[in-house]
Ligand binder design. Structure first.
Ligand code: CMP
Length: 139
């Protein structure tokens, strides 16, 4: 079993998409083993996206991520990272395949509704950034 970190970003929460997005990922066979709603500080958002420090969108995306609450989840499945990344679609919703979450709901390259870990290394960092082991369901 593999774990990945999923976030419903502030645009998804504000637009009332939590239920719809969770239904879509559960239908793909992704099991929620941890879930909470948080409102990040700027410092927390900067720490989360530290791999993007120095990129032109770093200030803006970290402002966006602390502009309202997010839902953060740990998802588990045999190939959770790839399954969830496929379901999300490309970062830029204009390039996202039909039937993906970003194609269906994103409005902007930054306000792209959802986040998912892109590798086992980033999943390990991102899961541990928001959850300790006691908060994650052992099945
Ligand atoms: P995410 O998959 O969470 O990873 C980094 C985030 O930065 C990305 O989704 C977008 O929200 C944002 N992002 C990435 N590239 C750009 C870009 N070129 N312009 C604006 N925002 C971006």
């Amino acid at each position: 079993m593999e774990r990945t970190l999923a976030i419903i970003k502030p645009d998804g929460v504000k637009r009332g998409l939590i239920g719809e997005l969770i239904s879509r990922l559960e239908r793909e066979g992704l099991i929620i083993v941890a879930l909470k709603m948080i409102w990040m500080t700027k410092e927390q958002a900067k720490g989360f996206y530290k791999v993007h420090a120095g990129k032109p969108f770093y200030e803006s995306v970290t402002d966006f991520m602390c502009s309202g609450p997010c839902v953060v989840m740990v998802l588990e499945a045999k190939r959770a990272i790839n399954t969830y990344r496929k379901l999300m679609g490309a970062t830029d919703y204009k390039e996202a395949a039909e039937g993906t979450l970003r194609r269906d709901y994103a409005t902007d390259i930054e306000k792209n509704v959802v986040h998912g870990s892109d590798s086992p290394q980033s999943a390990a960092f991102e899961v541990a950034y928001f959850f300790n082991e006691l908060e994650i369901l052992k099945r």
